[in-house]
Design a protein around this ligand. Structure first.
Ligand SMILES: *Cc1c(COP(=O)(O)O)cnc(C)c1O
Length: 366
C-alpha cells in the first residue's frame, strides 16, 4: 500500500474532534503494532493486563496533577460523551426535594439544563440568552438558590465562543463545570470545583472517553438504585475498569496529558492567549468587515467566532480558506458564521497564517 504524503501544510481548526499534538500522533504510530515490546498492539491487549492498567493509572495521576487536586478527588473515565454527563450529574447528585442551579451561557449549558430538568428540580441562576449568548453574566446577575445541590456552569461555550475569565463565586455551594472545550488550556485550581467533566476530543485527546474529576466525598451520596453504569461510585470503586473501558481513547489521552505536562500549563496558556489575540486582532483591525460575536470581556481563547457582512461572503471565505489549507472554519450548523478553534495542540503558526489570510480576504472583498 502506497503512503500518500501531502506537501502543502494543512491547518486544522476543527471544533472537535480536533487537532492532536504531532508528537502524540507520531508516538501512537510508532508503537501501534508492538506496544513496549509486548509483540501486541495496545488495541489487542486485555484491559486487565499490566500495560493497560499502567496507562489507566498514569492518566488519572497526570490529570490530577495538572488540575492541582489531591487524594480527595478521583478521575473517572466514562463513555457516552459530555452529553451523557448532562444526565448523570443530576441522576447522582440532584435528589428529590433538592434544587440545582444552572447558569446558562449558550447551547451546551442549555442542553445540560434541559437534561437535568428531566431528572429533578432546576433553577436558572442566570442566563445570557437575551444578549444572544455574547457574554457570561456579571457577578451581580447571579441569583443562586440558598441551598442548591450544586451550581452548574459551562466554562467555555464552544458554539458561541464565550468563556468565563473568572469563575463565579458560589460561596460554599458545590461548583460543577463542563470544561469540554477549555480543560487544561490554562492553569487552574481544580479544588474550587466539586466536579469537572470534559470529553477528551477537543483539548486532551481523541473521541471516546470523557474524564470526570470529582470529589470522593460526594460520590457516596448518590442513590444506590441507579443503573450500575450510571453511578459514579461504580467507576471510582473499580478504577474505571468495571467493564471494558475505551482503551485506545484513554491511551491517547494519557500521551496527550504527558505532552501537556512537558509543555507546562503556564506556557500553554501563554501560547493560547497569543493565538487568540492574533485572530481577534484580525477581526478588530478589519474596519468592521469581520464582526466578532462575543463581547470583549467574555471572549473565548479557544473558539473565536465572527461574522462577515453576509452569508454569501461567509461561504466564499470558508471555501477559499479551505483551498488555502485552513480547514474546519465553518461555524456550528445552529448559528452559522465562522468559528476558529484554537485548542492546546495548535501552535502559533496556524493563527498567524490565518490572520494574514483574513486581512487579505477583507482587502479584496471588503
Ligand atoms: C463538545 C462539547 C460537548 C459535547 O460533548 P460530546 O462528547 O459530544 O457529548 C459538551 N460541552 C461542551 C462545552 C462541548 O464543547
Amino acid at each position: 500500500m502506497a503512503t500518500q504524503t501531502r506537501t502543502e501544510t494543512i491547518y486544522n481548526f476543527n471544533a472537535g474532534p480536533a487537532i492532536l499534538p504531532r508528537p502524540v500522533l507520531e508516538q501512537v504510530q510508532a508503537e501501534l503494532l508492538d506496544y513496549h515490546g509486548t509483540g501486541l498492539s495496545i488495541l489487542e491487549a486485555s484491559h486487565r493486563g499490566r500495560e493497560y492498567e499502567e496507562i489507566n493509572r498514569e492518566a488519572e495521576e497526570r490529570l490530577k496533577r495538572l488540575l492541582g487536586v489531591g487524594n480527595d478527588y478521583r478521575v473517572l473515565f466514562v463513555q457516552g460523551g459530555a452529553s451523557q454527563q448532562f444526565g448523570m450529574i443530576p441522576m447522582n447528585f440532584l435528589a428529590e426535594g433538592a434544587v440545582a442551579d444552572y447558569i446558562v451561557t449558550g447551547s451546551w449549558s442549555e442542553k445540560a439544563l434541559e437534561e437535568a430538568s428531566k431528572i429533578g428540580q432546576t433553577h436558572v441562576a442566570a442566563s445570557t440568552k437575551d444578549s444572544g449568548y455574547r457574554r457570561v453574566p456579571s457577578p451581580a446577575q447571579l441569583e443562586l438558590s440558598p441551598d442548591s445541590a450544586y451550581v452548574h456552569i459551562c466554562s467555555n461555550e464552544t458554539i458561541s465562543g464565550t468563556q468565563w475569565q473568572r469563575y463565579p463565586d458560589v460561596g460554599d455551594r458545590r461548583l460543577v463545570a463542563d470544561m469540554g472545550s477549555d480543560i487544561l488550556s490554562r492553569p487552574l485550581d481544580g479544588s474550587q470545583f466539586a466536579l469537572i467533566y470534559a470529553g477528551a476530543q477537543k483539548n486532551m485527546g481523541s473521541a471516546g472517553v470523557t474524564a470526570v474529576i470529582t470529589r470522593t466525598d460526594w460520590l457516596e451520596q448518590a442513590p444506590t438504585n441507579l443503573p450500575t453504569m450510571l453511578r459514579y461510585a461504580t467507576f471510582a470503586k473499580n478504577d474505571s475498569l468495571y467493564n471494558t473501558p475505551p482503551v485506545f481513547a484513554v491511551y491517547v489521552m494519557n500521551l496527550t496529558l504527558q505532552w501537556l505536562e512537558s509543555q507546562g500549563l503556564d506556557a500553554i496558556e501563554q501560547r493560547n492567549r497569543q493565538k487568540a489575540a492574533l485572530i481577534y486582532d484580525a477581526v478588530d483591525d478589519s474596519g468592521g468587515y469581520y464582526r466578532g460575536h462575543a463581547e470583549p470581556q467574555s471572549r473565548s481563547m479557544m473558539n473565536v467566532t465572527f461574522r462577515l457582512p453576509d452569508e454569501e461572503q461567509e461561504k466564499r471565505f470558508v471555501a477559499e480558506a479551505t483551498a488555502a489549507g485552513f480547514v474546519g472554519l465553518k461555524g456550528h450548523r445552529t448559528v452559522g458564521g465562522i468559528r476558529v478553534s484554537l485548542y492546546n495542540a495548535m501552535d502559533v503558526d496556524g493563527p498567524t497564517q490565518l490572520a494574514e489570510f483574513m486581512a487579505e480576504f477583507a482587502r479584496t472583498n471588503g
